[in-house]
Design a protein around this ligand. Structure first.
Ligand SMILES: Cc1cc2nc3c(=O)[nH]c(=O)nc-3n(C[C@H](O)[C@H](O)[C@H](O)COP(=O)(O)OP(=O)(O)OC[C@H]3O[C@@H](n4cnc5c(N)ncnc54)[C@H](O)[C@@H]3O)c2cc1C
Length: 235
């Protein structure tokens, strides 16, 4: 079934407490949309999805429902505490993205449900955000690891942090221990030294044609450190 003509499911709107992105919004739409600073990571991810042709056709909903461990849209949306809206002839429901994807290519979507929208709470709008993707080459590549970081600063210190890593477990994961350890940290000298290998212990990278498990873990540590420093540059 081709649903690409359903205009109601495409576009970005700002509601009282949420930003709503229609499920059929394409990556090119995201790149062009005027969105708050905390969406910079999602915009960067959009620019990394395949090529411009793929970005013009590929949708947010398809990326999430496909539930690939390497889906570029998942880490930035996880870091923004996104919720997904699912609708069928029986009604609609909203669940956190963190609960929606339950495994490699597995989601909570029922066969009769469409993913109609993604809702992002407007709690971190002024936060800075970064997305870094490592692949075997620069463009048109499936990632070896990718990291999205959203950091809210207050008085030169970390007031809120959310960090998600993709391609290093069946489902992209938030690094909650690291997020906690960063709270209150001064950013003047950067945050990279605060990231320890143990903070990535919840990841379970596999070895495959793209990289070994050890390389993925090591590269992720470097990406997390770089992403955090990029968020707090100029403090
Ligand atoms: C050459 C190439 C390169 C690519 N590179 C990347 C990449 O770098 N990074 C990346 O993340 N992805 C990449 N992709 C994968 C894909 O194009 C994107 O993830 C895209 O966002 C998927 O969106 P789509 O609308 O094309 O979904 P489709 O491919 O049409 O659908 C994917 C799955 O989701 C289901 N689905 C789609 N929309 C809905 C909906 N609204 N409700 C319920 N189910 C739905 C479909 O039935 C299908 O099972 C690439 C694909 C190609 C062909």
């Amino acid at each position: 079934m081709d649903i690409s003509g359903l205009r109601e499911l495409r576009g970005v709107s700002t509601e009282a407490n949420y930003i709503r992105i229609g499920g059929l919004t394409t990556w090119s739409d995201i790149i062009r949309a005027p969105l708050p600073q905390c969406f910079d990571a999602l915009k960067s991810a959009a620019q990394e999805v395949g090529s411009v042709q793929i970005q013009n056709r590929g949708t947010l909903a398809g990326n999430l429902c496909n539930a690939s461990p390497a889906a570029d849209g998942v880490p930035p949306l996880l870091a923004l505490d996104a919720e997904v809206e699912l609708a069928s002839s029986n009604g609609s429901r909203r669940i956190p993205l963190a609960e929606f994807i339950i495994g490699n290519r597995k989601t909570q979507r029922q066969p009769d449900e469409l993913l109609t929208a993604v809702w992002i709470p407007r709690t971190l709008e002024n936060a800075r955000s970064t997305f870094l993707k490592l692949g075997a080459r620069r463009y048109l590549v499936i990632s070896i690891s990718m990291v999205a970081a959203v950091i809210q600063l207050r008085d030169g210190k970390v007031a809120a942090a959310s960090i998600a890593v993709g391609s290093c477990s069946a489902v992209a994961r938030r690094l909650h221990d690291l997020e906690r350890d960063l709270l209150g940290a001064p950013v003047r000298d950067g945050l990279d030294a605060l990231v320890k290998p143990d903070h990535l212990a919840t990841l379970s990278p596999i070895g495959d044609v793209r990289a070994t498990a050890e390389y993925r873990r090591d590269a992720s540590l470097t990406l997390v450190r770089r992403a955090l420093d990029s968020c707090v540059e100029g403090g």
